[in-house]
Design a protein around this ligand. Sequence first.
Ligand code: ADP
Length: 251
Amino acid sequence: MELGEFVDKYILQLKNLQKYYGQMHALKNINLSVKSGEVVVILGPSGCGKSTMLRCVNGLEHIAGGEIIIHDQVITKDFKDWTKIRQYVGMVFQSYELFDHMNVIDNILLGPVKAQKRDKKEVEKEADMWLAKVGLSEKKYAYPKELSGGQKQRIAIVRALCMNPDLMLFDEVTAALDPEIVREVLDVIINLAKEGMTMLIVTHEMEFARAVADKIVFMDAGEIVEESAPEEFFTNPKSERAKKFLNLFSF
Ligand code: ADP
């Protein structure tokens, strides 16, 4: 599927989503819609359920109730066939999870060629294009141990992009990086936003959130507390909980 094919349509909708870990109600009635090309940043204190929400969208967590609608596919708690859905959804985590015994290009080709059964040469062309865009063409044959954390994370992003997802999920992808290399990874995401990639981003980088987001979703204690345009959220948050959260950061 090409980017832009679903213009003005929701790529993702969450309806009354419920998630428990044992007795703990981790997601309480989550409702959220993401349009094609939209960049949604999820903010909130640690432990409020941000990561859980992303993991539910990628089928990594079992949901207790409600619906996840990806394109026109309605996913409820008994849904099992995530293989097709995961082709639409790319996810990048805090840890890069590259295979150390494989070089960069083999790491990138693995999913598209083995799982998606796509033509190796065609995917390699795409990989070359993305590697150039993230400034890492010269690392094509390097091994992960020869790369910095920021470079590994950029490779992990290229690997996800080469699966041709319609929606990218970023779960605190700069949290484990040294401060001086955070920027190089954030810049890649900002460029993806400019190219029209639909993204759901969890981050603690407030200036980045303000710059990249079309919409800020603020969560606390498993709930969406407010949903606003970035300027509105950062200058005039509606809830006391958001005000308290923003006070932790200096602007
Ligand atoms: P955030 O991403 O906002 O920091 P998480 O989604 O990681 O929050 O976690 C939400 C809540 O669910 C937290 O209270 C956390 O301790 C709990 N939690 C997360 N993962 C698990 C798990 N696998 N088992 C039990 N509890 C979990």
